[in-house]
Every structure is written in structure tokens, then in C-alpha cells.
Design a binder for this molecule. Structure first.
Ligand code: CP
Length: 343
């Protein structure tokens, strides 16, 4: 077992360099090409155990980790909080006289005695942005665990998704530098977290891609995230623009990444958010808009509301790489787990 000083976490894209990301992606592509053939008998995760702590629902993250660990000889434990696993408290020095029976400090220490890595998914409460943006649960696990902790989507980031997204773009486009990503906001009946758009923006900036973020006024991303993205783009001499219209944004795009997210102006106030979104149903990716792009690949992290976020015609078109993206979650995470847990 790695000592606490030796362990490395995967909480945010910011903590990993561009070169490290390129290495992870290269290894993920090689793993995918290998087909996980049993022929050579290599099972790098034999005897390794990953604990997956889910505070929220998941299809892809849960299954891709389970499948990936299994293919490489390891085991993944699915711990769904509140469903047979104790509710957890994360606040420091909390007086625990409420619902939670256990503190993450104790849970992280105990899981570290059984497991070689811990993945944690904790969506934001969507009440107080200043509180949610601290990612208290995921960062708390990283602080107290003695083994690597992987962010499986927090309030701020979904780095495993972004790693798979970059892998998918690399497969589709070759070199990423100078390629244009359009990250377009889409209508959605609910106010959704910002982890995925934040991660797409951070990832594109880090890899030197030109990035256009199209969203209605009032739906801009977090200032601190945008400052980091701006810094990466400047460093890489890449273009960054935020626009509030759709038509021109598609021009020259090599990737159209669709995603809905909530407004920080109305954070914690679903009624105000719903009112602000009235008249925004035309923020949908359709074929007429895609035709303005540079024959762009269509991407979405899933799950997706069809014919609300994007039309069936786009989602089912030859340019859609959504299933490749989902498959790549497994390869990208296996590459990451090899790095974190040792081969
Ligand atoms: N994209 C993604 O993380 O999917 P799940 O929420 O189903 O895990």
C-alpha cells in the first residue's frame, strides 16, 4: 500500500500536467487496442480492490469502473450511500446528532485498510454555490484516505469524463492543438450541475484547443474556472470566447459538445431558474446548426434528454460519437487506475 505521502489523487484537472494527460490518453488508447486479450495472461489489477462510494445515481461511471476492474483482474465494490451503507457527515468538527451515522474521516480511513483506491461521486446540493464549490465530500475523502481518491463527479469537476472526452477527440481528430471545440449550453427542464462543462472547458484549455462557449446571458461558468481556462489558453496560444448566440458559434467547430447547466445567478432557486429559461427551448443542437460546423463530431456525456438537448437526427447521425465516448470511460479510467494503483 502506498503511504499517504506517496499517494496521488485525481480530484481536479488542475493537478495533472498536459504531458501526464497525454500519457494517460496514450495508454488508454493502447489498452483499447489490446482488446483486453486474456492470451498473455497479464492481469495488472489482480488482488486490487477499488471502493466506489456513490452518493448519487450513475449508469456509466459505476458500470465502466466495475467492468474495467474486472477485465484487468481486480474487484470494484459498489457502496451506495443510504442504500445499505451509512449516511456520511463531511463537515469538520460536526456535532453528529443528525441523519449521518458516520464521518467521512472514519469511512475514508477504514476503506483505506481494505482497498487500493477509492472513487467518490457527490453531486452538489444546489442550494449554496459558495458551499458547493468547495467539493467538501470528495476533498474530505482525499484528505483522510491513505490510498488514492478519484473524483467520480463533484460539484466542480468530472475529470474522468473529461479524460475520456479527450481520448475520444484524439481518436476522432488526431492532434488536438488548434482544433475548435464548441461547448454549447442546451435547454433542460432541470437546473443541472456544472461539473461537466467546467471539465470540458478545463480539458480543452489544457490541451491547447480553441474553445467557444455558447450560452444564454446569465448562464456563464464559474469565474475561477474561467480564469484557469483563460490562463491555459493564453499559455497554449489558443482562442477562448464566450458568446451568447448560437448561429455563428458553430462555424469552424470540429467538436460540438452539448450540455445543459444551471445559472449561477439563480443557484438554489429553481423557480427563478425556470423563469429565466422560459423562451430558451431553441437552445437545442439540430442538424441545421451542425451543418454550419466543420463537419463536427457531436459529443455529450450522457444521460441526455433526446429532442430537448439535441435532436434524434443529430444524436443518431454518423458524426455522433456519444457511445464511443461512453466506452472510452472504461479505457481512460483503467489507464488512470494503473497509474494510481501501480501496475
Ligand atoms: N457521464 C456519466 O458520468 O454518466 P453517469 O452519470 O451515468 O455515471
Amino acid at each position: 500500500m502506498a503511504t499517504k505521502e506517496q499517494k496521488r489523487d485525481f480530484i481536479t484537472f488542475n493537478d495533472w500536467t498536459k504531458e501526464e494527460m497525454e500519457q494517460l490518453i496514450g495508454k488508454a488508447i493502447a489498452l483499447k487496442k489490446s482488446g483486453y486479450a486474456a492470451g498473455n495472461g497479464k492481469k495488472p489489477f489482480e488482488g486490487k480492490i477499488l471502493a466506489m462510494v456513490f452518493f448519487n445515481s450513475s449508469l456509466r461511471t459505476r458500470t465502466s469502473l466495475q467492468a474495467g476492474m474486472h477485465k484487468l483482474g481486480g474487484t470494484a465494490l459498489d457502496l451506495a450511500i443510504g442504500q445499505g451503507v451509512w449516511d456520511l457527515e463531511h463537515r469538520e468538527n460536526a456535532v453528529m446528532d443528525g441523519k449521518a451515522a458516520e464521518h467521512i474521516k472514519d469511512a475514508a480511513k477504514v476503506l483505506s485498510r481494505y482497498c487500493d483506491a477509492i472513487g467518490v461521486r457527490k453531486f452538489p446540493e444546489m442550494k449554496d454555490w459558495q458551499e458547493d464549490r468547495k467539493d467538501g465530500v470528495v476533498r474530505g475523502f482525499a484528505k483522510y484516505a491513505d490510498v488514492p481518491v478519484i473524483n467520480l463527479e463533484s460539484g466542480m469537476e468530472h475529470p474522468c469524463q473529461a479524460l475520456a472526452d479527450l481520448m475520444t477527440m484524439k481518436e476522432a481528430l488526431g492532434s488536438l492543438k488548434g482544433k475548435k471545440v464548441l461547448l454549447t449550453w442546451t435547454y433542460h427542464p432541470k437546473a443541472l450541475p456544472m461539473a461537466v462543462p467546467n471539465s470540458v472547458a478545463l480539458a480543452a484549455g489544457k490541451m491547447g484547443m480553441d474553445l467557444t462557449i455558447a450560452c444564454p446571458k446569465g448562464f456563464e461558468l464559474d469565474d475561477a474556472i474561467m480564469k484557469t481556462v483563460q490562463k491555459s489558453c493564453s499559455l497554449n496560444k489558443a482562442k477562448l470566447e464566450v458568446v451568447h448566440g448560437q448561429e455563428k458559434a458553430y462555424k469552424g467547430a470540429d467538436v460540438v459538445y452539448a450540455k445543459s447547466w444551471g445559472s449561477l445567478l439563480h443557484y438554489g432557486d429553481p423557480e427563478a431558474e425556470a423563469k429565466a429559461k422560459q423562451g430558451l427551448k431553441h437552445w437545442i443542437v439540430d442538424m441545421a446548426k451542425m451543418k454550419k460546423s466543420n463537419n463536427a463530431r457531436f459529443m455529450h456525456c450522457l444521460p441526455m434528454r433526446r429532442n430537448v438537448e439535441a435532436t434524434d437526427e443529430v444524436v443518431d447521425s454518423g458524426n455522433s460519437v456519444i457511445y464511443q465516448q461512453a466506452e472510452n470511460r472504461m479505457h481512460a479510467q483503467n489507464s488512470l487506475l494503473m497509474e494510481l494503483m501501480g501496475k
